[in-house]
Design a protein around this ligand. Structure first.
Ligand SMILES: Cc1cc2nc3c(=O)[nH]c(=O)nc-3n(C[C@H](O)[C@H](O)[C@H](O)COP(=O)(O)OP(=O)(O)OC[C@H]3O[C@@H](n4cnc5c(N)ncnc54)[C@H](O)[C@@H]3O)c2cc1C
Length: 356
């Protein structure tokens, strides 16, 4: 029997965790190296799972496929805090909401126009329910840091090694091939390196002369103290995106990507939280517990960067925004490509070579 392939995964956010979990299930010999287990963007995400407006059709179908893959992961790891709570959205002018509904309905999204009475029934705590909104029952949310931890723990049960608190300084490149990584604690060799380091991806790729066009805009999210049930699902208003976490915290940004923290994040957090309080019946009793600022790993064209780098064998890139929505599918397809050499046709638009 051939010995299993040795694979290093750099990063233990939701993307690295999902890749490592899928690889370990295939019997690969996996070592995850990360400065921060649970991730950087992942731990500070809004974590809405969706295939909502603003994306081309091929990307819609990719996102929707990943939504289904979340249910598969949940069946394997039932403790994952995943909720198909539905999303109520009126964050666009009415003609654009109509165009979004018509387009996505045509693509097969479970999207329903709703009036004020139905909005009130869905979210009774809204002070000002919309006269017209769209409801997508199949949207949901997950608590992403817990999901990452559960994936990593299960990967470890299947033989993966997790090296936490270790910084990768550079990729090792020999005779044009990636052969491992140089870490704070010395070099480590592998047959393949999967680079899933979120906002840290571009610097590590550059160490092997690979250009990854990545922006890392900050996004601030406010978290209330845990409170009684105020929100049943995701609520996307023109000014606020909100949901209530499994722990009972109401979390919000001015949109799902968070609020611009500006020069004074404390002030931005207080102003944002005041809007949350005003938006909810009983909101005056809400207390701001803390805010987070996450840096969103966002490829320049907004689409995921997924796949081998053709000119540099031994390296697999996985860097994307909407990583919470896409983690189960990205992990599955990356593991199939790395371990089995099997390419999925839906990955074609996301290849690193598109920037050449
Ligand atoms: C405010 C905000 C709101 C968001 N809202 C949503 C949303 O609603 N829906 C959605 O789908 N997505 C959302 N996203 C995006 C999503 O959270 C990210 O796409 C996803 O978390 C990226 O995961 P990741 O594992 O790639 O990166 P990260 O979670 O950032 O993890 C990166 C990992 O790499 C490690 N690392 C980096 N550099 C090194 C190094 N040199 N050496 C060792 N380790 C290293 C880090 O320690 C960490 O473990 C949001 C993000 C933010 C910040």
């Amino acid at each position: 029997m051939p010995s299993p392939q040795k694979i290093i995964v750099i990063g233990a956010g939701i993307i690295g965790a999902s890749i490592a979990w899928h690889l370990s299930r295939k019997g690969a010999s996996v070592t995850v190296i990360a400065q921060q287990t649970g991730g950087v963007a992942t731990a500070n995400s809004f974590a809405w799972i969706n295939a909502s407006w603003g994306n081309p059709e091929f990307y819609f179908h990719f996102r929707r496929r990943s939504m289904a893959e979340w249910s598969r992961l949940k069946a394997d790891l039932p403790d994952i805090p995943l909720s198909w709570c539905g999303g109520l959205c009126w964050d666009l002018p009415e003609p654009e909401l109509d165009a979004y509904a018509a387009q996505h309905h045509g693509w097969g999204y479970g999207i329903q126009p709703v009036n004020r009475a139905t909005s009130t029934m869905l979210e009774p705590s809204l002070v000002n329910p919309p006269d017209y909104a769209l409801h997508v029952a199949e949207e949901g949310a997950v608590e992403p840091a817990t999901a990452s931890r559960l994936l990593l723990e299960d990967a470890q049960r299947h033989g993966a090694i997790l090296l936490s608190g270790i910084r990768v300084k550079s990729l090792l490149k020999e005779a044009g091939r990636i052969t491992g990584v140089e870490t704070d604690e010395g070099p480590m060799r592998a047959d393949h390196v999967a680079l899933a380091a979120g906002a840290g991806t571009a610097a590590l790729a550059a160490s092997a002369d690979i250009f990854v066009p990545l922006e890392t805009p900050p996004g601030l999210i406010v978290h209330s103290r845990p409170t009684r049930k105020l929100l049943n699902g995701l609520v996307m208003t023109p000014e606020l995106h909100m949901r209530q976490t499994a722990e009972g915290r109401v979390i919000a940004g001015s949109d799902f990507g968070g609020t611009d923290p500006g020069n004074d994040p404390q002030v931005a957090a207080r102003e944002l939280f005041a809007k949350v309080k005003a938006a909810l019946k009983g909101g005056e009793a809400l207390e701001l517990d803390f805010h987070t600022v996450g840096y969103r790993p966002t490829p320049k064209d907004g689409l995921p960067i997924l796949g081998r780098v053709e000119t540099v064998p031994g390296l697999y890139l996985a860097v994307l925004h909407s990583g919470v929505t896409l983690a189960p599918l990205v992990g599955l397809l990356a593991a199939e490509e790395i371990a089995d050499g099997r390419e999925d046709y839906q990955l074609a638009p996301f290849r690193p070579e598109r920037f050449n």
